[in-house]
Design a protein around this ligand. Sequence first.
Ligand code: NDP
Length: 285
Amino acid sequence: MAEVLKGKPVADAMKEDLTKRVALLKGRGVSPKLGIIRVGKRPDDLFYEGGAKKTCAGVGMDCEVFEYPEDIDQAAFAKAVTEVGARQDVHGILMFSPLPKHLDERKIRALIPVEKDVDCLTLGGAAKVFTDDATGFPPCTPTACMDMLHHYNIPIKGKKCVVVGRSLVVGKPLAMLLLREHGTVTICHSRTENLPAVCQSAEILIAAVGRAKMIKANFVKPGQIVIDVGINADPDHPGKYCGDVDFAQVEPVVARISPVPAGVGSVTTSVLCKQTIRACEMLNP
Ligand code: NDP
């Protein structure tokens, strides 16, 4: 039986630290605020927004939602994003994507000030992550994976880490963060040959694929640590969701495994708050 690495203890520990930091900032007359930019009312966005608002409130910080109609034009939206970015009282910005197709997302993202880019939406933000500039904010999900590893005292230095997935949102930045901590990193993707064997060679295996229960018993071996980033509709239980790892098959084999739900996903909004508070601290030294 593997040890199950739940997200809640990680989020709870973070909350304690963040609550103290918010109180310190408020004592200096600064109230940290997350600004959420949302176009339209996609259910996934609204769900995440609800979680973010709750987490912000839980640590005593503010959260303001800037909502725009689905048919807003490029010029009006660009003006709005610029205005949110310039707001002195907004320290971190999250913008839901993808934006509606008629909007040029690349140009819009570039309008977010890098110092407030707490989910790594800008090229400047990505450059900081890929050049190990500690003033940058890696995307929240890979940061949540790292926070899970740290919280559970899982050594990274010198360990063979296999990341399945190479997106700019999860796989690539996660690989950079593992490298930064001296992991020996292999990045896999849809063209990787003999994926089960590569996964089996890992000491730390992280799945960020977006394919329900793809990582089966033949991808793992005893002693491994498995972190599951996936959020997928569960084909076996309609209305529920599951990870990229087939938990029922993999859990009996490996040493430690994060579940879905209640794993990495429970840490992400806390990371969003953490990065906003850090942005606020850096903007108000
Ligand atoms: P993307 O679809 O952008 O990327 C998926 C990656 O997986 C790609 O690099 C792709 O390879 C690779 N891949 C797809 N199929 C295979 C395969 N059969 N074998 C090997 N590699 C494969 O997804 P994201 O990175 O955005 O998200 C990954 C997962 O993480 C999703 O389940 C998503 O829902 C979840 N997620 C969870 C979050 C959280 O807070 N917990 C937040 C964000 C995402 P290639 O590049 O070759 O196409």
